[in-house]
Design a protein around this ligand. Structure first.
Ligand code: NAD
Length: 355
């Protein structure tokens, strides 16, 4: 056992089919009275259902959450919360909606309740991101950590299957990198292995029967664990590459995670073989990298950057950006390793199956 420091995050989780009905008691527990409900335009029906259940305790709906939290959207939502005298925020949706809730909490101190409907995991982290002038600025602040998270698998039954698979791979990526994080600890290690196993087992069942509430429950359970890992320990090469590709080349968030993960694991395999064995065991594969690639491909997810909009002429710039300000990684990658990172990106671009 290695020495470690563990500083658990104070988040409260209400989990289970039908737990959306517990929202009002969560408001009571927080001592708040008027919620502003956030959602994307696509999920307005869910927000309306929540508003109807809350009755007078809903101050209104703000249905304009969009990907990457543009500053204009954060400012407008903060203003809406003020105008409607909301004393708490309810974010019902995926990472984009949770992100908007965090942007409000950051500036207003209003408590945030998250009702996640994807597997992205933002609800378990104190990390926020706001896009200003085309640049996404991220930060960490305990204020943005949702005070309560309601995980109701019933709300995920209609998540389109292609989004479900890539979102689930996005969750696995958090846990996989958590296993070799510099600041990991035995509890996060257990959560990561269990989270990866739960999601890998659920993905084919979701594909076969997207509205199977048991498979949805298992996937959401795994997403909770993987999100907890993301919130508690630092991320490495894989997340650096995804932030670079998503931030500077506008590639879609969950898809880019899905494509890059096998290649990031292959890059790190020689540095942390024992971690790779844990990942391989969790997904029932011979190696972590090839198993992750197969999990994505056999379940209909994209496996090449080319397929999700990356241009070959941008690969040099992506490699240069990624190595310029590297994150800690078990196998260092900085300006001296640019050729290796460029090679990794080439293989991800082409969708080559790693060994
Ligand atoms: P998303 O929130 O953008 O949702 C994708 C689409 O799916 C949206 O149109 C949404 O309305 C729809 N959708 C969501 N749930 C649905 C459901 N159950 N049924 C039908 N449609 C549904 O996607 P995401 O992948 O959840 O989030 C991505 C964003 O989250 C990125 O901006 C990423 O940077 C951020 N993120 C942040 C953290 C963090 O810790 N801060 C962690 C993970 C992701």
């Amino acid at each position: 056992m290695h020495a470690f420091t563990f500083n658990g995050l104070p988040s409260r989780v209400v989990f289970g089919a039908g737990s959306i009905n517990r929202l009002e008691s969560e408001l009571d527990a927080l001592g708040v009275h008027k919620a502003l409900v956030l959602c994307t335009p696509q999920q307005e029906a869910l927000a309306e259902r929540i508003a109807a259940n809350l009755g007078e305790r809903c101050s209104g709906i703000y249905p304009r959450a969009v990907m990457h939290v543009p500053i204009e959207s954060a400012v407008a939502a903060r203003e809406e919360a003020r105008r409607r005298h909301a004393d708490c925020i309810v974010a019902a949706g995926g990472g984009s909606t949770t992100g908007l809730g965090k942007a409000i909490a950051l500036e207003s101190e209003l408590p945030l309740i998250a009702i996640p409907t994807t597997y992205a995991g933002s609800e378990m982290t104190p990390i926020y991101g706001i896009t200003d002038g085309g640049i996404k600025r991220t930060g960490k602040n305990p204020r943005v950590l949702p005070r309560s998270v309601i995980y109701d698998p019933q709300l995920t039954l209609d998540l389109p299957i292609n989004v479900s698979v890539t979102s689930a791979m996005n969750a696995i990526a958090h846990a996989a990198e958590g296993l070799y994080a510099q600041d990991t600890n035995p509890l996060m290690d257990l959560a990561a292995q269990q989270g990866i196993a739960a999601i890998a087992d659920a993905i084919p069942r979701l594909r076969a029967t997207p509205r199977d509430v048991v498979a949805r429950t298992d996937a959401l359970y795994g997403a909770w664990l993987c999100g907890m890992v993301l919130g508690n320990v630092g991320m490495a090469l894989h997340h650096k590459l995804c932030h670079t590709l998503g931030g500077s080349f506008a590639l879609p968030h969950a898809e880019v995670h899905t494509v890059v993960l096998p290649h990031a694991l292959a890059f790190n395999a020689s540095a942390v073989p024992e971690v790779m064995s844990k990942i391989a065991r969790a997904i029932g594969a011979e190696t972590a990298a090839s198993g992750m690639y197969d999990l994505a491909k056999t379940n209909g997810a994209p496996v090449s950057l080319a397929a999700i909009g990356m241009k070959v002429e941008d690969l040099d710039r992506a490699a240069a950006l990624a190595v310029k300000t590297p994150y800690w990684n078990p196998r260092p990658f900085g300006p001296d390793q640019i050729a290796d990172i460029r090679d990794l990106l080439q293989r991800a671009f082409e969708g080559v199956r790693p060994d």
